[in-house]
Design a protein around this ligand. Structure first.
Ligand SMILES: Cc1cc2nc3c(=O)[nH]c(=O)nc-3n(C[C@H](O)[C@H](O)[C@H](O)COP(=O)(O)OP(=O)(O)OC[C@H]3O[C@@H](n4cnc5c(N)ncnc54)[C@H](O)[C@@H]3O)c2cc1C
Length: 395
């Protein structure tokens, strides 16, 4: 019997623990520092099932999104979790974006997506009467889901199979011998053969604390703030409406989302956060802020992306600036139709050159496996990430 510790009860840690719990020869224990699962990225995202449209063909992201959405839909069907493959429209607002949209459609085809098609003016009006587009691409395989419902089912299944989840259990250090890993959490000692860290916003720090090695990258927190469309105006959009993503960034741009509870959200922007779990612009941690700004890569990122960073900051400070981004897709939207909504914080890995690392990144050091970068669409892909980690690293 192999005893495996999973650190982090977000959707990636839970998906890995769930898949391990299906293996007869494995016992798994999950350690989560909060009082329940999914309190960070996994419980504060757009709730979208991404099918693999814009990711670089053959990247881990592309492969695991395409496989992951199928597994996630099957999981939802089998466990009665709400979801809807409602389709997405990607809107090019000018000639430059039309070119990028054509490239993205080609990527989608290379990734094996079915049914991609450009909508005629008539078809667009039928589907989304308020959207204005120079060119609009329909992505029929994209959808929405209740990720909190998914995580609750994963927790139930892990426990039903006789495995354990410890909440309020922060993992801070570990002793590694030739034979085993010894973990001390809340004054109790546990012994494991292997540990898998899926700690999102703290993935680099947990890596450093547990392996003793220097961090190979830095997690920089980017808050994503949402606006809510007031319920009386929710018919302004029917499905998912996205701008053409800028291929330079892993962020998809302010978009309209029909949530699984029928509300309509607008966002998220991507604002540098002054703390890793900073859900408002008043949340600050001096040590975490210093950790980001003292990083060589961060200086290079800011120098190269000053205009982008300023634009995102402006949308955090002013509703009008936020609205400007939305009006490119739906010109009829006005300030009186929206109100400030929730926020999530993305764990985005950056390297010393100031590049945002686009692909998923996993590293094994002795008996420890660290998921170091699992940005969007890691929620969609979580069950496929679990297979990948188990097949390639657990053995
Ligand atoms: C605003 C936003 C919108 C997004 N939209 C989408 C979307 O529509 N579709 C999609 O597929 N993806 C989306 N994503 C990305 C997706 O949510 C994340 O990629 C995914 O949730 C990552 O899951 P995770 O388990 O790695 O991280 P998390 O959910 O952050 O989980 C990490 C967990 O580790 C715990 N932890 C940290 N340190 C320790 C420690 N020392 N000991 C114990 N526990 C610890 C944390 O408390 C946390 O619960 C979005 C993300 C954001 C922020």
């Amino acid at each position: 019997m192999k005893h495996i510790a999973v650190v982090g009860g977000g959707i990636v840690g839970l998906a890995i623990a769930y898949k391990l719990s299906l293996m007869k020869e494995v016992k798994v224990s999950v350690f989560e520092k909060e009082s329940s699962q999914g309190q960070h990225q996994s419980g504060n995202n757009s709730g979208v099932l991404h099918c693999g449209l814009s990711y670089t063909p053959n990247s881990l992201k592309a492969k695991l999104a395409v496989n992951g959405i199928k597994q996630m839909v099957d999981f939802c069907v089998q466990n009665y979790v709400k979801h809807d493959i409602c389709g997405q429209i990607v809107v090019a607002a000018d000639d430059e974006e039309v070119k990028t949209l054509d490239n993205i459609a080609a990527r989608g085809k290379a990734n094996g997506l079915q049914g991609l098609k450009y909508l005629s003016r008539y078809d667009l009006k039928q589907r989304e009467p308020h959207v204005k587009a120079k060119k609009a691409l329909l992505v029929p395989e994209e959808g929405i889901v209740d990720y909190k419902g998914v995580m609750q089912k994963m927790v139930d299944k892990i426990k039903e199979s006789g495995n354990e989840i410890f909440f309020n259990s922060k993992v801070q250090n570990i002793e590694e011998t030739d034979k085993e890993l010894i973990l001390k959490v809340n004054d109790k000692e546990y012994k494991f053969d292997l540990l898998i860290s899926c700690t999102g916003l703290y993935a680099d720090m947990v890596y450093q604390n547990l392996t003793g090695n220097k961090r190979p990258l830095r997690i920089v927190p980017f808050r994503g703030e949402y606006m809510k469309i007031k319920s009386e105006y929710k018919d302004l959009v029917n499905h998912l409406i996205y701008p053409v993503p800028n291929p330079k960034y892993p962020f998809l741009g302010v978009h309209f989302t029909r949530m699984i509870n029928e509300s309509r959200e607008l966002g998220p922007n991507a604002v540098f956060a002054l703390k890793r779990e900073a859900y408002t612009n008043k949340d600050i941690s001096l040590s975490e802020f210093y950790d980001s700004i003292s990083y060589k890569g961060f200086h290079k990122f800011v120098l190269k992306n000053f205009k982008f960073a300023l634009g995102e900051f402006a949308s955090s400070m002013s509703n009008r600036s936020f609205l400007k981004k939305a009006k490119r897709l739906v010109p009829d939207i006005e300030l009186n139709m929206i109100e400030r909504g929730v926020a999530g914080v993305r764990a985005q890995a950056m390297n010393t050159s100031g590049k945002l690392i686009m692909d998923f990144k996993i590293e094994k050091v002795n008996k420890q496996i660290h998921v170091l970068n699992a940005p969007s669409p890691a929620a969609t892909s979580s069950l496929a990430i679990a297979d990948y980690v188990i097949e390639n690293y657990v053995g």
